[in-house]
Design a protein around this ligand. Structure first.
Ligand code: ADP
Ligand code: MG
Ligand code: ZN
Length: 476
């Protein structure tokens, strides 16, 4: 049977505020368990939450960056359930009246643009963390994370393949990091995704029954979990079974999803408006102020790079995937005025060094000025492209300027014609047999002479100059 896949994603992103959403406790990751807590986030009786305005502003930034409409009035609701990581017995979230709705992001999959709808974006608080001891029958509760601000971004069921889902996630992630409202760290859980997936016979209008997948902590795992789940559902249907609506957990080691709970066991959250918090009213002026504060977004930057620097789409995609990298690139181009050459050095050598060291561009010892200077030194013929490979590695390791390294290593290219003529004359005189062969029409011997000159100059001769001189002098 020919099936079509339908995917909708729910993304939780932790907002990069200093303090929690309803109290003044720190949001810093990795502190001593339960040290970032107070009566409000511990859910003590009689305390009152006070909304952190910055969370609303950050959520509004994301809403505008994803083309959502911001509701003039929205409110918080209590989502009731019992679990040890939730001291109040309910999570403050938004339900009937979310902050923003009806947005979209644009994907670029295999050169084709596709629009993915965003159903809604709402604000909520995070729950705490349970730590289980592998060797003892005990569990610990760390409430540092309770009350840390999140936004949830719910997509329409618009994606049709795991690749599209992964691309959508990367686009959202990129926008959040560009906006500087989320650190995007998937391992620490600052960016988490639940994936809803169903299949239907191709051509059928109605959606199939979906499974919700949880517990994937990287883009790759989201894609792997979806691929596994699609195969599982297809196999099930083809062998006469039916897909049931359920939540399934991804097991990374096993490379499979396993049922966690079915729809029958699903919670009834008994949502109702939180009486402790007043509705949030957003006026046109506030929306405009936030809109004016938005930086250039990844898609716009990509398009500008292609136009302004005349670099391939691929280069623009790589360079703008990280805002700091894009800034570094622009700095280099501003200083050396060679956009494609700069892109090659950054995407090739520099990114390889950074990957090997698991370093961020912000921690790169080689300054944009140094890289630009090196590019200029190649253009002027002071060093060859081959020498530059050595120089760039040194620049990266030591943070020294290219001029410094070239001097230290005596790497300056020989561009002095007189000096090269002397060397070539000696080589021609020393190899009469090869000269005769070349003049007799055996052009391959030319390479021998180039090799000899390079050897005599320890590879420092300007290759183009060597070529030109040899051609002239060998002609007799
Ligand atoms: P819930 O509140 O139970 O999580 P929602 O209706 O809010 O359910 O949908 C959650 C996500 O599931 C959304 O991203 C939506 O696009 C997606 N979704 C809904 N129906 C399907 C389906 N049949 N197949 C795949 N994804 C779906
Ligand atoms: Mg859900
Ligand atoms: Zn607190």
């Amino acid at each position: 049977m020919d099936f079509e896949t339908v995917i909708g994603l729910e993304v939780h992103a932790q907002m990069l505020t200093d303090t929690k959403i309803f109290c003044g406790c720190s949001t810093k990751f990795g502190a001593t368990p339960n040290s970032h807590t107070c009566p409000v986030c511990l859910g003590m009786p009689g305390v009152l939450p006070v909304l952190n305005k910055k969370v609303v502003e950050f959520a509004m930034k994301m809403a505008l960056a994803t083309n959502c409409e911001i509701n003039k009035s929205c409110e918080f609701a209590r989502k009731n359930y019992f679990y040890p990581d939730l001291p109040k017995g309910y999570q403050i979230s938004q339900y009937a009246y979310p902050l923003a709705e009806h947005g979209h992001v644009i994907l670029d999959v295999n050169g084709k643009q596709k629009t993915i709808g965003i159903t809604r974006i709402h604000m909520e608080e995070d729950a705490g963390k349970l730590l289980h001891d592998e060797h003892n029958p005990v569990s610990y509760v760390d409430l540092n994370r309770t009350g840390v601000p999140l936004i949830e971004i719910v997509s329409e069921p618009d994606m049709r393949s795991p690749e599209e889902a992964a691309d959508y996630l990367k686009r959202l992630h990129e926008i959040l990091v560009y906006l500087e409202i989320c650190d995007g760290n998937m391992e620490e859980g600052s960016f988490r995704c639940d994936a809803n997936v169903s299949i239907r016979p191709r051509g059928q209008k109605e959606f199939g029954t979906r499974a919700e997948l949880k517990n994937m902590n990287s883009f790759r795992n989201v894609q792997r979990a979806l691929e596994y789940e699609i195969k599982r559902q297809q196999y099930l249907v083809e062998s006469g079974g039916t897909v049931v609506q359920e939540t399934r957990l991804w097991d990374d080691a096993q490379g499979a999803t396993n049922s966690m709970r079915s729809k029958e066991e699903a919670h009834d959250y008994r949502y109702f408006p939180d009486p402790d918090l007043v509705p949030i009213l957003v006026d046109e002026q506030w929306i405009e102020d936030v809109r004016n504060s938005l930086p250039e977004l990844p898609l716009a930057k990509r398009e500008r790079f292609i136009k302004e620097y005349q670099i391939p789409e691929y280069d623009a995609g790589v360079l703008t995937a990280d805002k700091a990298l894009a800034n570094y690139y622009e700095e280099v181009v501003k200083l050396c005025a060679q956009p494609k050459v700069a892109s090659n050095w950054i995407m090739g050598d520099l990114m390889r060094f950074l990957n090997e060291d698991k370093r961020d561009i912000c921690e790169c010892p080689m300054t944009a000025q140094s890289l630009a200077d090196m590019i200029k030194l190649i253009e002027e013929g002071t060093i060859s492209g081959k020498m530059a490979k050595e120089v760039v590695e040194d620049m990266y390791k030591t943070g020294k300027s290219p001029q410094n390294i070239i001097e230290e290593k005596g790497l300056v290219q020989i561009t002095d014609e007189g000096e090269l003529v002397k060397t070539i004359t000696a080589i021609i005189e020393g190899n009469p047999a090869q000269v005769t062969e070349y003049r007799g029409g055996k052009e391959k011997v030319f390479g021998f002479f180039v090799g000899q000159v390079m050897k005599a100059t320890q590879g420092k001769a300007n290759p183009k100059l060597v070529n030109d001189l040899l051609k002239k002098m060998l002609a007799g």
